[in-house]
Write a protein that binds this ligand. Structure first.
Ligand SMILES: *Cc1c(COP(=O)(O)O)cnc(C)c1O
Length: 436
């Protein structure tokens, strides 16, 4: 068994897995089963009461998925994690678990398009309202936006698509001063570049679809918890409600906070939201992500180095108006990148294309290597015009508010040879501007 004190690169191939519990299989086996034999009525009693650990039904847990949850928790310094069928499910169950019954969430305006669109369209119908703020760089102003019914602060550690960074430690301090958790979507960074929990975050969400898996062949998400936040408070009465299903040996109903004091948050997602709303990840997809994570460090290192080479090329190109990448010396986030991201700020950059929207279309059609689709963190390099695709749910005013310029092109840099990537961009610029 990997001792959780091992370093990152050891945990990424061994964390959360004991071969002796799985017929000494070296690779994590795929448990392609819907259910598990209960063994005996006595064992069934213990399993259903949660007095014995074990597997019941793959909607709620599965041995392959369990290794993924434990491995990512180990990589991020979390006490527990839960894997789900999509990053959007991870966000949804997190928001509902925090604010069910009503309340507000104070979120950065600089977030993934589908997240901000869901905040606007879905949750208000369930009594959960979002304040999308541009004050995450000015915490004195941000504090004024915390209302009596604000139940969490929500932010992306590296924002999609603009690469905005925030001072996570100061933000965590602000949240805790108000008795609310800090939720961080760490999708772009992955645990290799940044561990939000080690800097005070309470909940981390991932789209594992992106760089964590890294091969563009799975849709999945995860939620992790720090174990440090006190959910046993009047602000979160759902953690204090007593349930017969959580009863003690004297049949006395208990709350999630009482029965699972170490990791009430992800356990409550599992037993309520995952159990009753579904969105379970398949064991095979969990296996693919485990495989992806085995090379996480190596992939991200190369992708960061490729990204910097592509940026160096773009900086010299006269058709590039600006480049957004947080660790550039010219970026407003440079100092934060130095403080929080010693290994780099990931493989996604955006740039302003100096040319008409027609020329942008032509450019996208003229690149040969870059795939044109809505994903990031893939082993293959990707190009996309975010304002008309990944962030097209936003109205022009909303795009302006989120600082997404109409001429923004987003690149996600993969594992190809950087010289080929640069040559590809170069031939496309030359062809579009008739310089060839
Ligand atoms: C893609 C993405 C999501 C949503 O994840 P899915 O796995 O596609 O559901 C959430 N947050 C960020 C930052 C993303 O890039």
């Amino acid at each position: 068994m990997a001792n959780e004190n091992y370093k990152f690169d050891t945990l990424k191939v061994r964390g959360g897995y004991k071969p002796e519990d799985h017929n000494y299989s070296v690779a994590v086996p795929i448990y392609q089963t819907a259910a598990y034999d209960l063994g005996s009525p006595d064992r069934a009693d213990n399993l259903f009461l949660g007095n014995e650990e074990g597997f019941l039904y793959t909607r709620v847990n599965n041995p392959t998925v369990d290794v993924l949850e434990k491995r990512v928790a180990a990589l991020d310094g979390a006490v527990a994690g839960i894997a789900l069928a999509a990053g959007m499910a991870a966000i949804a169950y997190t928001i509902l678990n925090i604010a069910e019954g009503g309340g507000r969430i104070l979120s950065s305006a600089y977030i993934y398009g589908a997240a901000s669109d869901s905040f606007k369209k879905i949750y208000p119908k369930f009594g959960i309202y979002f304040d999308l703020s541009r004050n995450f760089e000015n915490l004195i102003e941000l504090e004024k936006e915390i209302k009596p019914d604000t139940k969490a602060i929500y932010v992306e550690s590296i924002s999609n698509p603009n690469g905005a960074l925030v001072d996570i430690e100061a933000l965590a301090e602000l949240a805790h001063k108000h008795g609310i958790p800090l939720v961080v979507d760490n999708t772009f960074a992955t645990p290799y570049l940044f561990n939000p929990i080690k800097h005070g975050a309470d909940i981390v969400v991932y789209s594992a679809t992106k760089a964590l898996n890294g091969h563009g062949n799975v849709i999945a998400g995860l939620v992790l918890e720090s174990g440090n936040f006190n959910w046993d408070s009047e602000k979160f009465p759902q953690f204090q409600e007593k349930h017969y299903t959580l009863r003690d040996e004297q049949d006395k109903p208990r709350s999630f906070a009482e029965k699972f004091p170490d990791f009430p948050f992800t356990t409550r997602i599992r037993l309520n939201y995952l159990n009753y709303l579904g969105a379970s990840i398949s064991p095979f997809d969990a296996y693919l992500i485990l495989l992806g994570i085995e090379t996480l460090s190596e992939r991200i290192q190369k992708q960061v180095s490729n990204t910097i080479k592509v940026i160096e090329y773009l900086e010299k190109n006269e058709h590039v108006e600006w480049i957004k990448y947080p660790s550039l010396k010219t970026s407003p986030y440079y100092e934060l990148s130095e403080k929080y991201f010693p290994r780099g700020t990931g493989s996604v950059l955006s740039f302003g294309f100096l040319g008409s929207l027609e020329k942008i279309k032509e450019f996208i059609e003229t690149v040969n290597i870059f795939s044109y689709h809505a994903n990031v963190g893939d082993a293959r390099s990707l190009i996309i015009n975010s304002p008309r695709t990944t962030h097209s749910e936003l109205t022009p005013d909303e795009q302006n508010y989120a600082k997404i310029e109409p001429n923004l092109i987003r690149l996600s840099i993969g594992l190809e040879d950087p010289d080929d990537l640069i040559a590809d961009l170069d031939q496309a610029f030359k062809q579009v501007f008739k310089e060839a």
